[in-house]
Design a protein around this ligand. Structure first.
Ligand code: NAP
Length: 282
């Protein structure tokens, strides 16, 4: 089974749009996202444009907060705190990576956790670890959304996550654990990667290494979630999974492009709606 992201994305966006409409009608609140972009990195500008377009399509307003490359950490923190205190802003998106010289961890901590729609504030990461309700990082949430949409059985499953970043690997491992999978996290110091991946009923790969997972590393019938997005020299996009050799062994696999990548922005908008709903209910 090919786990296409499109139908999942369309369902999530339709649910968010319906939620936005209901919130507007019930309380006159229009969910508003403050989009913070530092500098002029072309890739970040494209990501931000796509997020704003998607927000627009579901009725979420996005407000641009553009700052020059040379902004000081203290100034950025103060701006994030000011946005956090602005009652007209329900969610804050800080486009990462930040330019050199700015500390992401410090900047993320300056955002009100209730407006942290990327789920990367230490409070939200802590809530995830503690098993409490909080905002979950968008890409790992998108992986779960795909697995659930297509009916993967997680309880009791052997789940292996390749990658341990704050953005993807670690929160994804926690989400799978919360769903009662037995979770192994692999990284660059893992001694025999294949030994672990071959045990996986659910294999999630977020390493940023094009086509590193080959068919011989995958158990027959496994569900394979490929988070990787890598630009090859040819200009084409490739995942971290070698699709052609894995597709013949896996029971289910996400394509790249067209898989997990389609869910990240949809989950950001879902988080933004949830933040606006919480703030409207206060
Ligand atoms: P990252 O911060 O670079 O982390 C990569 C992780 O993979 C690290 O934990 C690293 O281990 C591990 N790793 C790297 N090479 C490995 C290897 N050969 N064997 C085992 N583990 C290895 O990357 P990220 O931000 O998590 O992103 C991962 C991938 O997902 C990238 O391709 C990125 O573009 C993609 N991504 C996609 C989306 C989306 O919306 N679809 C969103 C975010 C990221 P160490 O900790 O030991 O260094």
């Amino acid at each position: 089974m090919i786990l296409h992201g499109k139908p999942v994305q369309e369902r999530v966006l339709a649910e968010v749009k319906a939620g936005v409409d209901r919130l507007k009608q019930a309380s006159g609140v229009t969910p508003t996202l403050g989009v913070v972009l530092i500098g002029e990195d072309p890739a970040s500008q494209i990501y931000v444009r796509n997020k704003k377009r998607a927000a627009d399509s579901v009725g979420i307003v996005s407000r641009d907060c553009l700052y020059p490359q040379g902004i000081a950490q203290r100034e950025l923190n103060a701006l994030l705190r000011a946005l956090s205190a602005d009652p007209a802003i329900h969610g804050i998106l800080l486009q990462l990576p930040l330019p050199k010289g700015l500390d992401e961890t410090v900047a993320l901590a300056a955002i009100d956790p209730e407006k942290d729609v990327d789920g990367l504030h230490p409070t939200n990461l802590g809530r995830l670890l503690a098993g409490e309700a909080g905002t979950v990082p968008c890409t790992p949430a998108g992986c779960l959304e795909i697995l659930d949409h297509y009916g993967a059985k997680l309880e009791g499953a052997e789940a292996v996550v390749v990658g341990r970043s704050r953005l993807v690997g670690k929160p994804l491992a926690q989400l799978l654990l919360a769903r009662h999978a037995t979770v192994t996290t692999c990284h660059t110091r893992t001694r025999d990667l294949g030994e672990h991946t071959r045990r996986a009923d659910v294999l999630c790969v977020a390493a940023g290494r094009p086509r590193m997972i080959t068919g011989d590393m995958v158990k027959e019938g496994a569900w394979v979630i490929d988070v990787g997005v890598n630009r090859l020299d040819t200009g084409k996009l490739a995942g971290d999974v070698d699709f052609d050799s894995v597709v013949t062994r896996a029971g289910a696999i996400t394509p790249v492009p067209g898989g997990v990548g389609l869910l990240t922005v949809a989950m950001l908008l879902k988080n933004t709606l949830a933040a606006a709903q919480r703030q409207a209910a206060r």
